[in-house]
Write a protein that binds this ligand. Sequence first.
Ligand code: TYD
Ligand code: MG
Length: 454
Amino acid sequence: MAKAKIYSCNACGAEHKKWSGRCDACGEWNTIVEDKPLSTGPASNSLGSARGSAMPLSDLATAEDPPPRTTSGIAELDRVLGGGLVPSSAILVGGDPGIGKSTLLLQAAASFARNGLKSIYISGEEASAQVRMRAQRLGLADAPVKLGTETNLRDILTTLEAEKPDIAIIDSIQTMWADNVGSAPGSVSQVRAAAHELTSFAKRRGVAVVLVGHVTKDGQIAGPRVVEHMVDTVLYFEGERGHQFRILRAVKNRFGPADEIGVFEMTGAGLSEVTNPSALFLSERGQASPGSVVFAGIEGTRPVLVELQALVAPSPLSQPRRTVVGWDGGRLAMILAVLEARCGIPFAGLDVYLNVAGGMKISEPAADLAVAAALLSAREDTAVPPDTVVFGEISLSGALRPVGQTESRLKEAKKLGFSGAIAPTRSKMGTQTGMKVIQMPDLTAFVGDIFGAG
Ligand code: TYD
Ligand code: MG
């Protein structure tokens, strides 16, 4: 029996059983093409191993040494990469337009070049004069980086074949187009095809390829998401536009820990590293005030202290506002519900605002207790002791669960001049932290002890 053909839409990627002029998933015309299965006839194998062969894992370990890494000298970047750049790796750097991706990568290209790598920066967005102007502004005008302005994938691959760089930066993947794919640059199939060609080029030729991808707003689907699974490392560059802090976060890394962050500050002369993020995030903190709580968090392998700010005010609305910046809105709703159901502290009729200072985004459940503390402190108009950090996970029953790496959280807090902490009971900590730790079994005890209510 002949195999059924499969068709897919160039614009949205939806699969169809038969061809039609219009995709009923996204409504685009003339975007449906047949997906041809990969032929299994004799062909070259791009990964270099013998065709169809496999070898024992133990042999592989002796045959290949761990890849030599090259550091850029930008410690915050090297950390996020897992200790430096791995040859032949494909890296995606995603982020909102204008957040500073091109700036970061031009600085990285120059740093890698100064450390002996042959770097090439290919811009599909800016003319060479513009890139040169930026380089001048960054003080990198004489850096040994080659510059290309090109969007045709075939020409780019030809350039890379000829130049044989160690690292190639492609800015951005959304501007690249392969002439064998019929749709416009930036469409799902173009982004996917370009990413596929460039990542397989990286493996084949031993070139580290960095793809820049804009996170697109709703309605445009060809964001970095469609290439995340093709690359070895996915980094996101985040931050609030109005703030000078920028955070480079590893969300996937085949060669290092994920969830690692690097902290930068956007200045008039480019991005500068922030080696002690806690000090920076707390630098704007004034006097202890109701609603402000310092959370001792862990980002990747390192502890980071951040200030959480809450505001609770009577609401004129029938559905009070719940506004969160830097944390998960669903998690906030959960904590409000636990406070109400387990401790009898209602937030009905009250607007609640929660903000993580400095443009930082937190995803750790360990922030639960600090959030509850900030909310209660704002609601009761009572400040939490100013020299105290807070952390711990809250369960739906209102019990407090200990969290990992208590000791490093306490050490960092001590280093920054804090003398006390509020944490769940059974938290595993060393005896020599020099911190006064108040251990709480559940939220009710916490509310009673700290706020004298509940
Ligand atoms: P850019 O790297 O072009 O962002 P992306 O590539 O992510 O779109 O950065 C643009 C912003 O950075 C722009 O608003 C200006 C600012 N900027 C500085 O503040 N200082 C600098 O030295 C540079 C080069 C840019
Ligand atoms: Mg850019």
